[in-house]
Ligand binder design. Structure first.
Ligand code: KPL
Length: 322
């Protein structure tokens, strides 16, 4: 125990922190820190919910089925070392972003750059508003199709390669060093793409989630089953509404391109059960408000009607409340 406490005191800097230790949060942790020889000189940490800092043994199985063990630092919300965090990857569920992140902003380094990496859209708006008080901080948004499976609370398996798409949203830009650090993940099977502007890419991902997530949850099926002809007209209507709302939001999307991408993901992830299917099956909160709910919210602001997306929101909310 003494040696753990001493090691913890020696942990010098924590320029990169991850908020949210779900499958993607842990995958990002391992990918960013795996080349570090000494666990205690590792500059990647988690930020936990407790006030006190703790150490946690983590296991990771990489794509070559190689196991890795790491002793990770989970910084407490009272730890002064939060002030050294220069990059914060936010990997919590969309509905947790505001509550988890906004109270931390004042404690992070004045130049800290925040990256939101969650399904859906919407939380970037209150976060951007809160960041207006911190002119040196900045916000980037992203999405990843990397696949990771949580085998237990602290054991994650990298289960499939994908693309991580990132781009600046507001405030100060990410430093060259941190941009290079994230881009370097590319060397390890992950594709990292930088997009400017980033919102069109996030609307494209929103289309995938707006179709696959509620339909698999409501029909209790794997993603691949949505390729059946019986879903075609509903999928087309969901995308039609989304493309119209995006247009009013200043984002031009090509319906044919979006549809092709949605069906490509349905095929590539055919054996998977979507995150919303799993949330509903385990009686957990879903991200419906940040997925189809965001389309409905923006539609309302533009006086548009989106009955197909609204019906999915209503049905999922009813299902997850019952
Ligand atoms: O992001 C996903 C999710 O399940 O949330 C997809 C792409 C639909 C894969 O299942």
């Amino acid at each position: 125990m003494t040696s753990i406490v001493q090691s913890l005191k020696q942990t010098n800097i924590a320029p990169i922190a991850i908020l949210g230790a779900g499958a993607i949060g842990q995958l990002m942790y391992h990918k960013l820190s795996i080349n570090t020889q000494e666990p205690h000189t590792n500059d990647v940490v988690f930020i936990g919910r407790d006030k006190q800092t703790a150490l946690q043994q983590l296991s990771f199985i990489d794509l070559k089925q190689q196991p890795h063990e790491t002793l990770a630092t989970i910084l407490g919300t009272d730890d002064k070392r939060l002030a050294q965090v220069e990059l914060l990857l936010v990997c919590v569920k969309a509905y947790q972003v505001e509550q988890a992140l906004i109270p931390l902003l004042a404690k992070l380094s004045p130049q800290c750059h925040i990256v939101l990496l969650h399904n859906g859209l919407g939380p970037h708006l209150p976060v951007a508003a809160a960041l207006a008080k911190y002119p040196e901080k900045g916000l980037s948004l992203g999405t990843t199709s990397q696949a990771a499976l949580k085998l237990n609370q602290w054991q994650v398996k990298h289960s499939g390669v994908g693309v991580t798409q990132l781009g600046h949203f507001c405030g100060s830009f990410m430093s060259k060093e941190l941009t290079a650090r994230l881009t370097a993940l590319q060397s390890d099977n992950q594709t990292i793409e930088w997009h400017q502007p980033v919102l069109p890419v996030l609307w494209q991902k929103l289309a995938i989630n707006a179709v696959v997530n509620p339909l698999t949850a409501l029909n209790q099926c794997a993603n691949g089953q949505l390729a059946a002809t019986e879903y075609q007209s509903q999928i087309s209507a969901i995308i039609d509404e989304l493309v119209q709302v995006a247009k009013c939001d200043g984002i031009t999307l090509d319906k044919a391109v979006i549809s092709a991408r949605v069906y490509q993901v349905i095929e590539l992830t055919s054996a998977n059960f979507s995150s919303m299917y799993q949330d509903v099956a385990h009686n957990r909160l879903t991200e419906i408000n940040e997925i189809n709910g965001y389309i409905c919210q923006q539609a309302k602001a533009h006086h548009l009607k989106v009955p197909n997306n609204q019906e999915l929101v209503d049905k999922i909310l009813k299902l997850s409340q019952s």
